[in-house]
Design a protein around this ligand. Structure first.
Ligand code: KG4
Ligand code: ZN
Length: 343
């Protein structure tokens, strides 16, 4: 059963590590508001996130986004009892904006704040309680984190104590979606675009490689990108884009599912969670749901808006840290690189 002590009162979460400016208010597990302002249209013309432009956009959006989070929660600044902010890993410019804002609020309100690892935020998204979602999270459980920058299988012994079981040796799963989408002319960000195009496609039409068959729990997606490039060159204007999208999605979803379920067996896990932006993918969600059902395993996957980057997950992870007495001080820095298992 879930037994994660959370901080008393309202916790404000702030997330600015990549191209989403987000602020959320949680009270216990309950998400009172979760506002996400996406910069996708800003970066679309470049086909990827431009760090300098992202940082400037966070500067513009951060206060309106916090204001809207307060408004939607029908709360006032004075009701905030603690703050949580993503301080690692991510783009330094963006992280610095969120961190500075959080410190400013903490200082002005005289409330404690903690820095949160972005991936811990994704892991703790399973704790969220919304209108349509509340999961019985058990510990230990096995998590698959799939995002634009990470692909990791993590054994969550308890919140805050993590063991890395497997990871990607090159591109992340989200990158594989984004790069394949770009090669297929489907635009940015690519994950949703591939998913949409794949709805009309035949996943068996173009067989694409499944990487690292001999390595049970690690992943490699860079070969897929090359294979999609070759496919595009070979087929030219004969290419059936929907079939290529479905085939690329199948290559990614198939390997993620097989290795995650194999890791569950190896670690004797009874409860599996799927988190991170790529967890918004319906093909991956239903394949894993099905695999878990057939093995009698519990399966938790938050709704899509809590899978892609958001501040509610940061508030939840921070709330747990605040409840255990953790506090950060004004020296807390932003880090572009940091492992989840670092102290
Ligand atoms: O967790 P996230 O929002 O940001 C990072 O921490 O990176 O993940 C973003 C990634 C992107 O690569 C995006 O293409 C992918 O998640 N993504 C999807 C879907 N929605 C977002 N991938 C596949 N299917 C989707 N529906
Ligand atoms: Zn993320």
């Amino acid at each position: 059963m879930t037994d994660v002590p959370l901080f008393e009162g309202l916790v404000l979460g702030i997330e600015t590590s990549c191209d989403e400016t987000s602020a959320a208010l949680v009270e216990g597990r309950r998400v009172r508001s979760n506002v996400v302002s996406s910069q996708a249209s800003l970066h679309e013309k470049w086909g990827g996130v431009v760090p300098e432009a992202a940082a400037r956009s966070h500067v513009e959006s951060i206060l309106p986004v916090v204001e809207e989070a307060l408004e939607r929660a029908a709360a006032s600044l004075g009701e905030i009892s603690g703050l949580a902010v993503t301080n690692r890993p991510g783009l330094i410019g963006g992280l610095s904006v969120g961190l500075t804002a959080a410190k400013g609020f903490a200082y002005a309100l005289g409330r404690p704040f903690v820095g949160v690892h972005h991936l811990e935020g994704h892991l703790m998204s399973v704790l969220a309680e919304t209108e349509g979602f509340r999961a019985d999270v058990t510990f230990p459980h096995l998590a698959l984190i799939v995002s634009g920058g990470h692909t990791e299988i993590v054994l969550v012994h308890e919140s805050g104590r993590y063991e890395l079981i497997g990871q990607t040796l090159d591109d992340a799963a989200g990158e594989a979606f984004d790069k394949s989408a770009r090669l297929l002319g489907l635009g940015y960000p690519g994950g949703r675009a591939i998913e949409q195009a794949a709805l009309e496609g035949d996943p068996k039409r173009y067989p694409l490689p499944r990487a690292l068959p001999g390595d049970p729990f690690n992943f490699s997606f860079s070969g897929l990108k090359t294979a999609v490039l070759r496919l595009v060159e070979r087929e030219g204007n004969q290419l059936k884009v929907a079939d290529a999208a479905a085939s690329a999605q199948e290559a990614i979803v198939g390997v993620l599912t097989a290795k995650f379920l194999a890791a569950a067996e190896e670690t004797e896990s009874r409860c599996l969670s799927l988190v991170g932006g790529v967890a918004a993918n319906e093909a991956l969600r239903s394949r894993l749901q099905d695999g878990c059902y057939r093995r009698g395993l519990a399966f938790i996957c938050p709704p899509p808006d809590l899978c892609t980057d958001n501040a509610a997950m940061i508030a939840l992870a921070g709330s747990r840290r605040l409840a255990s007495g953790e506090r950060d001080d004004w020296n807390l820095d932003a880090l572009s690189l940091a492992n989840l298992t670092d102290p």
